[in-house]
Design a binder for this molecule. Structure first.
Ligand SMILES: Cc1cc2nc3c(=O)[nH]c(=O)nc-3n(C[C@H](O)[C@H](O)[C@H](O)COP(=O)(O)OP(=O)(O)OC[C@H]3O[C@@H](n4cnc5c(N)ncnc54)[C@H](O)[C@@H]3O)c2cc1C
Length: 407
């Protein structure tokens, strides 16, 4: 094969975004991907008439770098309402919190509820609003600390953190202890205030597919594992390729094997997929309190009925960690309780265990780690934030590094 300007190793979001920026700048790009499909951790599959994702993931249309890719109009993102329902596993008591823009009624009801202190609610709402409206540079500049420490410093009571903030954040951060960087949590909360997350009728894999469709004449080679590389050549299980620059856009573990980057700590997620008779109020995210590792339940087919068989709903139940202890019957019982069904109405479809879901991001979190590692250029969410936004930013930055170097 003729040498290309840039070889990108890995066709996850980071690699695809790097390829998109380079292709748009007129560079020839070859993407080499180990898996048989592109998209990396954004994977979906159809099982028995249900569209399941590899783990429970939502896409936030307010991620600035997602907007920058331009794929928004190419995709059919179905968004969920900004309403959260907390359910206590022991007492079955519920508390509904809503963004007033989604439901004034629920927002006012929460203010009158004895389940939550108004002062805490006001303080947390104030922090969220501040995260949403201040410039990102202000969030990046301020001293970083753990999310738990920051909430305490801002006067949010430990009870409110335990009952309201932790159940919400642990599902997004996969962090049961809130040791995650406050800097990252603010960026995440910012995107929740600015945009309503959603899902696609064909699953999350629709996002990398849409990005790949915007890569012009870029060549993507699937099913080729890179075993060795240096600044200008890449050897796969099939052959050796040459380029002027190489971008390693793999996950942190593979980047360590290929070029020796520092080790990371992973956070795991377990998702159970269940089918039920068609649910009425499924689009509201249920957050569980006191239910062990189970963090949330959501009927993804409430906004994307294409993901379930006709007349059925598809519920994703997500837990933090690689949860081997929660039995299938316990998950079915949880879903039955949450939606007022008989256990026999809840059909188990599949479990998805992702031991390497997100890289832990304790404070202090640097958002400006260099993309260069010796002679090669790096991309990957582990260099930014463990999110769709983080992966896309890292890819764009890697491409810019290459372009600045004169490719
Ligand atoms: C269960 C789960 C839930 C999540 N939830 C959310 C969410 O709700 N919102 C959100 O914003 N983010 C979420 N994320 C995070 C988001 O999916 C990731 O941050 C993002 O997809 C990472 O993209 P990446 O390109 O950096 O890495 P990856 O997607 O890991 O891509 C790396 C690619 O490199 C390839 N590769 C590795 N080694 C080699 C090799 N030797 N040769 C060739 N190719 C190789 C891999 O096969 C892979 O395709 C979640 C992730 C998981 C797993």
């Amino acid at each position: 094969m003729e040498p290309v300007d840039v070889i990108v190793v890995g066709a996850g979001l980071a690699g695809l975004r790097a390829a998109q920026v380079l292709n748009a700048s007129g560079r020839s790009v070859l993407v080499l991907e180990r898996a048989a499909v592109l998209g990396g951790r954004l994977a979906s599959a159809t099982v028995d008439g249900y569209v399941l994702d590899e783990g429970f993931q939502l896409v936030n249309p307010a991620y600035p770098e997602l907007v920058a890719t331009g794929v928004g109009p190419d995709t059919d993102l179905r968004r969920f309402p900004a309403v959260l329902r907390y359910v206590d596993a022991d007492t079955a008591r519920t508390l509904t919190l809503a963004d007033p823009r989604a439901s004034w009624r629920d927002a006012l009801a929460a203010l009158g509820s004895r389940e939550v202190a108004r002062l805490d609610l006001a303080r947390f709402a104030g922090l969220s609003l501040r995260a949403a409206i201040q410039p990102v540079s202000a969030i990046r500049r301020r001293r970083d600390e753990s999310t738990r420490a920051a909430l305490a410093r801002y006067g949010v009571s430990a009870t409110f953190v335990e009952d309201v903030v932790r159940p919400f954040l642990r599902g997004a951060l996969l962090d049961d202890d809130l040791e995650t960087s406050w800097r990252y949590t603010q960026l995440l909360v910012r995107s929740f205030v600015r945009g309503r997350p959603g899902t696609y009728p064909t699953g999350v894999a629709a996002l990398p597919a849409a990005l790949a469709a915007r890569l012009g004449d870029t060549t993507i080679q699937l099913g080729e594992t890179v075993t060795k590389l240096d600044a200008t050549s890449v050897t796969t299980t099939a052959q050796t390729y040459r380029a002027r620059y190489v971008i390693v856009a793999t996950d942190a573990g593979s980047a360590r094997e290929l070029v020796g980057v520092a080790p990371v700590r992973w956070r795991a997620q377990t998702t159970w997929w269940l089918a039920t008779p068609r649910l009425k109020d499924g689009a509201v995210l249920r957050l569980l309190r006191g239910a062990g590792r189970i963090a949330s339940a959501l009927d993804v087919s409430a906004v994307a009925p294409e993901r379930a068989r006709p007349g059925r709903s598809l519920v994703a139940v997500a837990a933090t960690g690689d949860d081997e202890d929660t039995s299938e019957i316990a998950v079915r019982e949880t879903v039955a309780r949450l939606y007022g069904l008989a256990v026999s109405d809840v059909e188990f479809i599949a479990t998805s265990r992702v031991p390497r879901a997100l890289v832990a991001t304790p404070a202090p979190l640097s958002l400006s780690r260099p993309s260069r590692w010796g002679d090669v250029v790096l991309a990957g969410d582990y260099l930014q934030t463990p999110s769709i936004q983080g992966a896309l930013v890292s890819g764009r930055r890697a491409a810019e590094t290459v372009l600045r170097s004169g490719a």
